[in-house]
Design a protein around this ligand. Structure first.
Ligand SMILES: [Fe+2]
Length: 280
């Protein structure tokens, strides 16, 4: 049986991809950020996940206003890298797991989550930056990846509660897949940031850390945070954090924190990172 063995929450700031690609991760500016991921990089070498369900959002790189799927699951064999304006990042293509992805799609749809099935897709920094943070610069990524894209760019975006419930349904889907697979789920984006308007540059260390606290243990309070609170407290782009709730929902009733890291600023953004294990 396949099992979800761990969950990771992580920011996916595009500047971090630039730092990796240009070999600047230990520069004075980036060093405290990347040092917070050292523990996780070593831990992942031992964990060796077979598949990562990687929850992220596309930043109008592959999807655009013509089609805005709320929840989309990538069922392809392989995913290319988006050109986000400076050419595609020099990272390997992402290898999918079509058998598990189709199984999850079927299970979710019969479980009344109307997923968009995507059989051809390029992925942007929302997906590749977390892979770089966790796995550095390998020739090929050491895990298969099922991209799960969430619309957090164009309102209406899904509620925290709906995201959490989707995570619960993903757990049921994975646990009904007969093959023995070590599956992780990552939720990416955030933390507090606002990129435009009079509040551009807004960061909120206190709120972000309260959010990280809420992911640990048996509280499900985070699923009830309304959109307006993310907007008010964490800026217009802080809404990306609802994607972390898909990860948290997939870990079951209770979690244990293995590692946690927070740093501001990175570009205009607060960097947060947490590694969680489901606890029976
Ligand atoms: Fe993002």
């Amino acid at each position: 049986m396949a099992r979800i063995t761990a969950g990771i929450g992580s920011s996916h700031v595009p500047l971090l991809g630039v730092a990796v690609d240009q070999g600047k991760t230990r520069d004075e500016y980036f060093s405290p950020i990347f040092a917070g991921y050292d523990w996780t990089r070593d831990w992942e070498k031992q964990q060796k996940p077979d598949v990562v369900i990687l929850v992220y959002n596309d930043h109008a790189s592959f999807f655009d206003m013509k089609i805005v799927p709320t929840f989309a699951i990538g069922c392809a064999e392989r995913f290319g890298i988006c050109d986000e304006g400076w050419g595609p990042r020099p990272v390997p293509d992402v290898e999918g797991h079509p058998d598990l992805a189709w199984h999850i799609a079927q299970s979710l749809i019969l479980d009344e989550f109307d997923m968009t099935i995507v059989n051809e897709m390029d992925v942007d920094h929302g997906l590749t930056v977390p892979l770089s943070m966790m796995f550095d610069t390998p020739k090929t990524w050491p895990t298969k990846v099922i991209p799960l894209a969430v619309n957090v760019v164009t309102y209406p975006v899904p509620s925290g509660n709906r995201c959490w419930a989707l995570g619960e349904a993903i757990r049921r889907a994975v646990e009904s897949f007969p093959e023995d697979l070590n599956v992780q789920i990552w939720g990416t984006g955030g933390m507090s940031h606002q990129l435009q308007g009079p509040r551009a540059g807004l960061l909120n260390r206190e709120w972000d850390n309260k959010f990280l606290d809420m992911l640990v243990g048996d509280s499900d309070a985070a699923r009830w945070i309304p959109h307006i609170e993310y907007l008010r407290e964490t800026g217009s782009e802080g809404i990306e954090m609802v994607m972390w709730l898909i990860m948290r929902g997939a870990l079951g009733k209770k979690t244990r924190c293995l590692h946690r890291h927070y740093h501001i600023p990175c570009s205009n953004t607060a960097i947060g990172h947490i590694v969680l294990e489901p606890e029976a």
